[in-house]
Structures are given as C-alpha cells and as structure tokens.
Design a protein around this ligand. Structure first.
Ligand code: FRU
Length: 307
C-alpha cells in the first residue's frame, strides 16, 4: 500500500513539473510604491518595455501612492489572484517585510527591486549598490572642495534602505577630511520637502559650500530654495538618479555639479522573471552598475563608478 502511495506521489510530481514546464503564458503583478516621481515612472516604463518584447507575459501594474498599507494590500491581492510572480519596489523596509515573506512562502516568486525588505524571504533582489554610490559622492566632494568645507545633507527616507546606505557610504568617505555637515534633514525623497529644509538651512547658515541630496529631485529643490534667496551661485549641488530628462539635464544646464546614476532595474527584473518561468536559477542578489555625470563627462556618457 505504502509503495503505491509513493509511486502515486512520484507520478503526480512528474506530472506537475511537466505541466509547469509546458506553461506558455505568465502573469506578473508589479507593485510600485509611488508614481509621483519621474524615476518611478521610468522604472515602470522599463518594466513595460521589456515586458512588451515578450507576448507570453502580462504585467499588472499597481501604484501604492506612497502608502505602506496600500502596498501591503497589493501583495495580498496578488497572492489571492494567483499571479505567477510578483515584482515589488517597496516603500519602506519594515512594513513590507511580512507581506513579501507571505507571498514568497505561498510559493510565489518575489523579485524585490531597488529598496530592500528585512531578512531574506524573497527570490531575488535587484538594485545598484547605494553604499558605493554614496561613497563615490563623498570622495567626489572631498576632491572638489579640496578636503574642507561646510555642507548640507538632504537625506532620502531614512526608513528605506537606499536612504540609509547613501548616508553611511557618504559619511564614511568624508571621514578624516575637514568637511563638516552643518545641516542635515530627511526630505523623504521629495522635492518640495527638500526645498523647505533648504530654506531652513539657508536661514541658519551663511556659509554653505555644497548640498548633497540623496536624489536629484532633492538637489533640485535645494537649488530652487537657494535661487530664491539669491545664493545659488555660492554653492554646488549634487544628487543621485541621473535620469536623462532630469539629473543629466540639470548637469547640462549647470544646475547640478554632479549626478550619480541609480538604474531602475526594470528591464533586469523582467529578464529575471523570464528565467524563473523557464525553470532557470537566478542569483539571490543582482547588483547593477552605475555611472556619474559632470559637465566634463556628460557628453561622453558619464564615467563608470569604481570602488
Ligand atoms: C524615487 C526615489 C528615487 C531614488 C529611489 C530610492 O521614489 O526616491 O529618486 O533614487 O527612490 O529608492
């Protein structure tokens, strides 16, 4: 009896794997933490364009509008709907950890894009190395300011991992120099917040040499505040993202002195999803490379970041 049960189980396993391999079309649920920023619109466009090249996959896009609870609900809906794979770019690490884990434990592959969750309960993480980008920005600043100066740091949302890493990478790199961060604030990735924080910094400090913002909208917000105060020529502004129509354009216009690229990973996420659908193994961690742009390098496509 036991023997038959075993043969039965083995047969159904073979049948199941066979059927799975024969599957010809797949549905991906994509949860974006917000679409209020150009960089996120670009990420969705990158996913869509890569997805459009494969008629066998359909992507359902959801926008969490910067709300953790809404994003959590997306993941639960995707699980209930039985999608074949989830791509998620989480708003914050802690609140999205459990829903990502639940989907993953339910047997749905989950690709986490750009911002991390806590722990390792997901299929694959794709993103650039934010510590490395922060450190490159720090080294660039030390060099540009000749090792000394007063700077403002406008941080991204510090409950999201890119904000934390861009901060630590930068601070490690300026250690040992005479550069002082005289003002720092969490602008939560948003240009209007950055503008407001910069107004406070300008009101408090007469000598600011440079503003390091964790993204280009933040750097641009700071620039606008300084321009309103008639002080934009007294300091430099640098940011991260380097979208062609945003950061790179600001560098061309002379608004930003440098912008460090943060690739969206949208195309790579679709490629990883296809590998998973075809039963191939994907790496747990896919690290994207990055470049940086200054006035001198922008026409030759920027420079690749080294360590
Ligand atoms: C957009 C954004 C980007 C930044 C990324 C970090 O929401 O703030 O500007 O590079 O998120 O996750």
């Amino acid at each position: 009896m036991r023997k038959y049960l075993f043969i039965g189980l083995a047969l159904s396993a073979v049948l199941f794997t066979g059927l799975h391999a024969q599957k010809k079309s797949w549905v991906i649920g994509m949860s974006q933490c917000n679409l209020g920023e150009p960089w996120r619109v670009q990420m969705n466009a990158d996913v869509k364009n890569a997805g459009d090249e494969h008629t066998e996959i359909t992507v359902i896009f959801k926008d969490a509008q910067n709300d953790n609870l809404r994003q959590r609900a997306h993941l639960e809906e995707f699980v209930r709907a039985g999608v074949d794979l989830i791509i998620v770019s989480p708003k914050e690490a802690a609140p999205l950890t459990a829903p990502v884990r639940d989907a993953y434990k339910n047997g749905i592959p989950v690709i986490v894009l750009d911002r991390r969750v806590l722990g390792e309960d997901y299929t694959c993480f794709i993103g650039a190395d934010n510590k490395k980008i922060g450190a490159a920005a720090g080294r660039w600043v030390v060099n540009k300011l000749g090792g000394k100066g007063s700077i403002v740091e406008l941080k991204g949302l510090m409950t999201s991992t890119p904000g934390q890493d861009r901060h630590t990478g930068f601070r490690d790199a300026i250690k040992g120099s005479d550069i002082t961060v005289i003002f720092e604030a969490d602008m939560k990735w948003l240009e209007p917040n950055a503008r407001k924080e910069m107004e406070s910094a300008l009101a408090r400090f007469s000598g600011i040499d440079l503003v390091y913002a964790h993204n280009d909208p933040g750097a641009h917000g700071a620039y606008l505040a300084a321009r309103s105060a008639g002080r934009e020529k007294q300091m430099l502004f640098i940011g991260i993202d380097a979208l062609q129509q945003e950061g790179q354009m600001y560098v061309r216009q002379g608004i930003l002195a440098a912008s460090f690229e943060y690739p969206t990973g949208g195309r790579e996420a679709v490629e990883a999803a296809l590998s998973i659908f075809h039963g191939e193994k994907v790496q747990k961690e896919i690290t994207l490379s990055s470049r940086f742009f200054t006035k001198e390098t922008i026409d030759k496509g920027g420079e690749v970041l080294t360590n």
